[in-house]
Write a protein that binds this ligand. Structure first.
Ligand SMILES: *Cc1c(COP(=O)(O)O)cnc(C)c1O
Length: 368
């Protein structure tokens, strides 16, 4: 193809004058999410999405009016689902917006910090960086193995403490007793944020019931994973009324589109919650099967199998990832513990996982 018609299509993005940009923004690199990388493929196991689909119909067809800022039917259904009062639930544009609102509400830019336990979900750092809030990067090892007073000492004067539970991408869990003990020691000092994006895969380990005992504890939830609605962009921030009062001041006036509220209410019907739980049972069983295949494969060095709808593993040879792309199989590569040969595989359908098995077999079979 000729380039002649493409003279305006610059190969390099023009630089915006950095004297106009704040320094923290100038330094950012655009977040590369699983979806933004424009990969081509046929089997998508890179974003921890659900393989299940369901058709939704809109109950309204007119949109000339602004929506309900916090749609009552959704708030009531979600508060019943988690066993909290409606006043302890805020609906947001994904759990990601909850993360952002927490940083904007509770951190003073260029003064405060957030604590996190690496490796963990990338958006805590991205959000802090964009708001000029510092990061106190602790390790998962500290969270798992140190005692509470030591953890609290290392948290220091960080304002928000993000505990991803189950942790993405390691699948590790920390007990609700330990979370409660950390929140106790941080009372009147800092807020513990428990990100439960994957909690439906291990619901008995939720920290939600602690919300009635702690003013400084937040739980983040989403409809993107077990509820199979990543495209809807819906999450929930759960906390005491006192904690949510300043949070609500920072929330945009109309954060939830009426079409989103309509679909979210349907997704939270009793019958849909029953089918979500049935799907979780199937996905958890498939995860066991995938972990076994990986543990038995000579191409795999280490498997981190934990909770959540994903398995993370270390390959012996990173080129196996290219072999997967060649088969149309898209999984999520990671650099963990300084090594770039890690891969996270989302639990898809049985058919999709058989593509993973075929790829694994091809790696160790010379006569492929
Ligand atoms: C997927 C994910 C989210 C994002 O949820 P959205 O509701 O889609 O914004 C938040 N936290 C963790 C740990 C996740 O893996």
């Amino acid at each position: 193809m000729s380039n002649e018609n493409n003279t305006t299509q610059a190969t390099e993005t023009a630089q915006f004058p950095s004297n106009v940009l704040p320094k923290n923004i100038d330094k950012l690199t655009a977040y590369s999410s699983a979806k933004s990388e424009k990969l081509t493929g046929t089997t998508w196991l890179n974003a921890n999405e659900s393989p299940y689909t369901r058709a939704y119909e809109l109950s309204r067809t007119e949109f000339n009016r602004y929506p309900d800022p916090q749609p009552e039917s959704v708030i009531n259904a979600y508060s019943a689902y988690v066993g909290l009062s409606a006043k302890q639930v805020v609906m947001t544009r994904g759990a990601d917006e909850g993360i952002e609102l927490l940083v904007r509400t509770f951190c003073t830019p260029s003064q405060d910090s957030i604590a996190l336990f690496a490796p963990t979900y990338g958006m805590y750092k991205v959000t802090a960086d964009t708001h000029n809030v510092a990061i106190n990067a602790l390790s998962q090892e500290v969270l798992q193995q140190s005692d509470v007073s030591d953890i609290v000492a290392q948290i220091g004067d960080s304002k928000l403490v993000f505990i991803c539970n189950p942790n993405n991408p390691t699948g590790a869990m920390v007990s609700t007793q330990k979370i409660a003990a950390i929140a106790t020691q941080l009372q009147d000092k800092a807020i513990v944020v428990v990100d439960e994006a994957y909690i439906e895969f291990c619901p008995e380990q939720s920290a939600v019931s602690l919300i009635n005992d702690f003013n400084n504890l937040v739980v983040l939830r989403t409809l993107s994973k077990a509820f199979a609605l990543a495209g809807l962009r819906t999450g929930f921030t759960l906390a005491s009324e006192a904690l949510l009062a300043p949070f609500r001041k920072v929330l945009a006036p109309y954060p939830v589109a009426s079409v989103v509220a309509d679909i979210a209410a349907q997704a939270l019907s009793t019958s849909n919650i029953v089918s979500m739980r049935r799907q979780v049972g199937i996905l958890n069983a498939l995860k066991q099967r995938l972990s076994q295949w990986l543990q038995q494969s000579a191409a795999v060095n280490k498997v981190l199998s934990g909770e959540g709808n994903f398995v993370t593993l270390q390959l012996h040879d990173k080129s196996a990832i290219t072999r997967a792309y060649e088969r149309g199989l898209v999984m999520r590569p990671f650099t963990l513990y300084g090594q770039d040969n890690w891969l996270r595989i989302s639990i898809g359908s049985e058919q999709e996982l058989s593509e993973v098995k075929a790829w694994l077999d091809s790696l160790t079979n010379d006569n492929q």
